[in-house]
Design a protein around this ligand. Structure first.
Ligand code: ITT
Length: 205
């Protein structure tokens, strides 16, 4: 299609990029990510909520590139850790921590804890260069497993046990995870009204 709207995914996370691209694959939209552009300054994710950080990432990218941008801010809230690591999920085991390091720290902190309830949160923000934005958000509840299991997905998926399917997120196929996950649900809402979102974007460019 010639009339495809450009949309930049304001993320450096390959796992998120895969999931988001898949959801929007049926629409007349050409998706680029940050790697398709030269070096751009990093946004400081210093907000105290997922909402703030998602908006910061989307609006900053849209302004810098002069293109509409979609950002995802997400993380894991664990009851026994007072809702942590929350907005600090990516750097739970320290700045630049790997997924394996974050998971190992989480399992260590959860040793001996009987309340293992947790929820993944996802906020998606779509911004245009003037700074206005649309927001979608969703949550998915589960439990922190006693040990990591599974090879699929990314991030905390191996330690996030999802009772309705009796497996960790890393033991689900991409389709299974997308049907129930925080990101899957937020993206399903977006997908439902994506035609309107495209019109909203075009009217503001
Ligand atoms: P960008 O900011 O570049 O998008 P990031 O990985 O830094 O990438 P966040 O700041 O939103 O992203 O941090 C999200 C954290 O939560 C990070 O540690 C992810 O691995 C984890 N996370 C988010 N969604 C997840 C999912 O679906 N499965 C497992 N872990 C997830």
């Amino acid at each position: 299609m010639s009339d495809r709207q450009l949309l930049v995914l304001a993320t450096r996370n390959a796992g998120k990029t895969r999931e988001i691209r898949e959801f929007l694959s049926d629409f007349p939209v050409k998706i680029k990510n940050l790697d398709d552009f030269g070096p751009i300054p990093l946004v400081e994710e210093d907000g105290t909520t997922f909402d703030e950080n998602a908006y910061k990432k989307a609006s900053f990218t849209a302004k810098v590139l002069g293109l509409p941008a979609l950002a995802d801010d997400s993380g894991l809230e664990v009851d026994a850790l007072g809702g942590g690591p929350g907005v600090y999920s990516a750097r739970y085991a320290g700045p630049g921590a790997t997924d394996a390091e974050n998971n190992a720290k989480l399992l260590r902190e959860m040793e001996g804890k009987t309340n293992r309830a947790a929820a993944f949160m996802c906020v998606i923000s779509i911004a245009v260069p003037s700074g206005v934005a649309l927001t979608y958000e969703a949550r998915c509840e589960g439990l922190i497993a006693e040990a990591a299991a599974g090879e699929n997905g990314f991030g905390y998926d191996p330690v996030f046990y999802y009772p309705p399917l009796n497996r960790t997120f890393a033991q689900l196929s991409r389709e299974e995870k997308n049907r129930v996950s925080h990101r899957g649900k937020a993206l399903a809402e977006l997908k439902e009204e994506f035609e309107k979102v495209l019109t909203w974007i075009r009217q503001r460019l």
